[in-house]
Write a protein that binds this ligand. Structure first.
Ligand code: SF4
Length: 343
């Protein structure tokens, strides 16, 4: 599982690993968004901040442990249930304990090699249990909010954030969304957005951790980052705004949007509007940095902010002209080249 946070920090965001740990392989590294340079992973803007291991590979599974160690070497955090780390200690890991367990038995000693704790809450614990965070602050790095099935996530989550606010807690909170099965990619995106998006948009939460039976790790990671991007919490790619198109549209909006995405989709923090006509397009570009607007049949006007800077660019040249404009305004970075997987 991978965990992603609103800022790049091992415990500020998260997303769950779907594969059992004994399936961890070099390809898991790239599925978590790490790039490979001469066979070694490195972390970039869209790499998971942490991995959550429901099961920790035993010492006999040296290959899986090596993959995890290499992720740690590039500052990807490792989070696992307390009992798992007791049975199979892993250096520099974070042990997950439940708030209920701490409330009834106190904080257990850290498993060998573990650095700190993550505390799992459901949002249903007695109010007094949250008072414990006042004394746990230094030893806990993150709270994992996992609302049980059958309970309203919105209500339980709001209650949790209110109780944490009451004690002035500044611990990051990660929403853990677990789906037993999803039909397809769209189903995962819709359900994740419905469950976690509204809370993140309201500023409730610092990260996301999604697990879904049968879904690829890479899909879970990209869905998590997309949720953060859509919530305006963390930008890892270009923001695109486009009109829905109508009878006034002056070019093939879908095809052109796809072309522009292919060429410019790797620019975190840059917003591009693609609008079908100048009648309403410029007024609906929101706060996009650059605009690509149908100006006349076969011609496109290019905008920087709300100002038109190039008029009547022929359709066939407009996409490249947009790229040139982004370069001219210093917002361009080269697309990273993926290396073959070989950890
Ligand atoms: S921007 Fe123009 S083309 Fe696009 S939906 Fe609005 S009126 Fe139609």
């Amino acid at each position: 599982m991978c965990v992603v946070f609103s800022r790049s920090c091992p415990y500020a965001s998260s997303l769950p690993l779907t594969n059992p740990p004994n399936h961890l392989s070099p390809s898991s590294t790239t599925a978590l968004g790490a790039k490979l340079v001469v066979g070694m992973p490195f972390k970039d803007i869209a790499t998971s901040d942490s991995v959550y291991l429901p099961k920790v590979p035993p010492a006999s599974d040296a290959a899986a442990r090596k993959v995890i160690k290499r992720l740690q070497d590039v500052n990807v955090g490792v989070i696992a249930p307390y009992e798992e780390l007791k049975a199979n200690p892993f250096p520099n890991s974070v042990a997950v304990v439940s708030l209920d367990a701490i409330a009834s038995s106190g904080l257990p000693p850290l498993p060998e090699g573990a650095l700190r704790y993550a505390v799992k809450v459901t949002g249903l614990e007695p109010e007094a249990s949250y008072e414990l965070f006042k004394t746990l602050n230094k030893r806990v790095v993150v709270i994992i909010l996992e609302v049980p099935a059958g309970t309203s996530r919105v209500h339980a989550s709001r209650r949790t954030f209110q109780l944490l606010a009451n004690i002035n807690s500044d611990l990051p909170v990660v929403h853990s969304l677990a789906f037993s099965a999803v039909k397809d990619k769209d189903d995962l995106i819709l359900r994740s957005g419905a469950e976690g998006g509204g809370l993140l948009v309201d500023g409730l939460g610092d990260g996301i951790m999604i697990s879904a039976v049968g879904s690829e790790l890479d899909l879970l990671r990209t869905t998590s980052f997309n949720l953060l991007q859509g919530s305006r919490m963390r930008s890892t790619k270009t923001d695109f705004v486009s009109c829905p198109s109508c009878g006034r549209t002056l070019f093939d909006l879908q095809e052109v949007t796809e072309q522009i995405k292919q060429k410019t989709g790797h620019l975190p923090g840059v917003a591009i509007a693609i609008m079908g006509c100048i009648v309403n397009g410029p007024g609906e570009m929101a706060d996009a940095d650059f605009g690509y607007v149908g100006g006349a049949p076969g011609k496109v006007d290019l905008y920087v902010g709300k100002e038109v800077v190039k008029r009547a660019v022929p359709n066939e040249k407009a996409c490249d002209a947009l790229v040139d404009l982004i370069k001219e305004y210093g917002r361009w970075i080269e697309k990273p080249v993926d290396a073959p997987v070989s950890v």
